[in-house]
Design a protein around this ligand. Sequence first.
Ligand SMILES: [Zn+2]
Ligand SMILES: [Zn+2]
Length: 409
Amino acid sequence: MDVRIQQPCPQCGGPVVLSESDRLLTCSYCGVRNFLRSHGLFRYVLPAGNSREMVHAPYLRFKGTIFLVREKAIEHHLVDTTQAAVFHPDLPPSLGLRPQAMQLVRLSAGQGGSFLRPTIRASAVLDKAARLSTLMRRRDEVLFHRAYIGETISCIYLPMVRREQGLYDAVRDRLLLSGERLAEAGFRERPFSPRWQVDFLPTLCPHCGWTLDGEGDCLVLTCSNCDRAWLVDNTGLQPVSWQKVAGDRRTRLYIGFWRITARIQALAMETFADFIARTNQPLLIRPQWHRRPMSFWIPAFRVRPRLFLRLGRQATIGQHRMRPEQARACPELYPVTLPPTEARQAIKVILAASAASPKPIFPALPRVRPDRLSFSLVYLPFISTGQEWQQPHTGMVINKRVLGFGRHL
Ligand SMILES: [Zn+2]
Ligand SMILES: [Zn+2]
């Protein structure tokens, strides 16, 4: 479920409500478009006003998919959880449904009070989220690989207020720690850090100054003047190498895949021919495949895990049928909503999903360390056939409803 965030327009102060995956803010009052830049996680507070007596407890929110490669199959599970990053038995271990039930406020310098320092590492919080999902209950089963493909990792603060009797949950007005327990708790507090704030940057092409194209949750913006593409990340706009496989007059949509060229030494896999051989594809290896570097083609958009695996496998195995060429901006580009950092986490999962049988690949995964990585974004043409989007080169099929739904996962 999506979390909503109140965000005043940086230009006119008009109230704007964003979803947590939105990086672009378009103000309906003054029309200004900006994108949000943060120096780390996005940080929010449950709304409860603010005062100098406030103490804020950090919770980590993870929304995404956990993939588990077991002995014979790949399991996956959607996870949407907000877990405490400070351990104390009197603090709620999770925020439960509270972040979804109320509009969050983006953390800003105006938020008074202090902030508890996290005592649990982010990776431990993720592990706990994995254990809580039903998948991890069978402890005796073999697990060759676990990957988190995150759509959102953010920090949400629970506001608490210090009173004479102790520390209160400021949202529910309920005593959490009595004065005595609070004195013993040994919480370490710190003031607000300016690094936690977001900046607002204009959506202008860094190369030519033209207004960039792209909507709310879009992570790659294109320039219709100079045909460059830019990735929105924590530092600003980064140039992205991008290409397009030519469509024809039937093409109605171009959908992006991150093409990650990589070498996998543990499997002696450097070329596409190596990949076809190691994963036992029922394909006759052509001589030129020995010169074609191996790439993993990862869907560059949020989509249900089962479809994510199928599309990644089909694009990766069918890569020899595609001839990417220089791209030009056009209105038919489907938004990129999965960043390359998350696509990278999917390499081993897509490798496993591509294997014709688990045996030669799954047990090797713990030793697999993809290296010599290079990234580019390749848009593939899709034609419209009634209920489905169809990719002519690879036979990929995507139900139209599913694609619409994936954006609000
Ligand atoms: Zn405005
Ligand atoms: Zn430009």
